[in-house]
Design a protein around this ligand. Structure first.
Ligand code: GLN
Length: 202
């Protein structure tokens, strides 16, 4: 980490691989805490949105009173990393979503939900990810979205074929895949570093 201060990073704990993300964040040098309430959100330097079912997580965000605080936090520059359903929640718009599914938004992309189709519900791939050193990243995709359209401010970090599956826009990071499942913590390190840089800037 580039800051002397330990980054306190939340994991949205409504659904998904909460413990796995927390473990990876801790291994990457952060203090990991679970976030379920607005007060807990207010106390973190960054947040991970795990995968799961974006429609369900969106509904729970509303029920837990987190949707508007999260939108405000993203607008205020809180670093957020969304994985799979988390990527969908961060997107400005979703294709093949449910018409009533709430999004947090902020990331200037349109994503396609369940984009890889039924035949390939789940698959694994070795990806070159911009910003990561070492061998290709082994990535696990589970009913994953891809980025269909990205705005000018969005950097594509990795693709499967021509489709972006990892993107960054300033303080926002999103991947179609689940980095918490492989034991390779480089995506979490990238995010912890992003959070630490923001902390160091004050
Ligand atoms: N298909 C799920 C959705 O639409 C995402 C899957 C995942 O997070 N593994 O939200």
């Amino acid at each position: 980490m580039s800051s002397e201060e330990t980054a306190r990073i939340g994991v949205l704990a409504l659904q998904g691989d909460v413990r796995e993300h927390a473990r990876a964040l801790a291994a990457a040098g952060a203090e990991a805490v679970e976030v379920r309430r607005p007060e807990e959100l207010a106390a973190v330097d960054g947040l991970v949105l795990p995968g799961g079912e974006s429609t369900t997580i969106g509904r729970l965000l509303r029920i837990f009173g987190l949707l508007d605080p999260l939108r405000a936090a993203v607008g205020d520059g809180l670093p957020v990393y969304g994985s799979c359903a988390g990527m969908i929640l961060l997107a400005q718009d979703v294709l093949d979503g449910r018409p009533d599914q709430p999004l947090i938004g902020g990331l200037d992309v349109v994503v396609r939900r369940n984009a890889f189709g039924r035949q390939v519900d789940s698959f694994e791939a070795d990806l070159e990810v911009e910003g990561l050193t070492g061998p290709p990243l082994h990535a696990v995709f589970i009913r994953a979205p891809w980025v269909e359209k990205a705005g000018d401010g969005v950097t594509v970090l990795a693709r499967v074929g021509e489709h972006p599956v990892a993107v960054r826009q300033g303080h926002l990071l999103a991947t179609s895949f689940h980095p918490e499942l492989t034991g390779d913590i480089r995506m979490h390190e990238l995010f912890v570093d992003l959070v630490a840089r923001r902390l160091a800037r004050g």
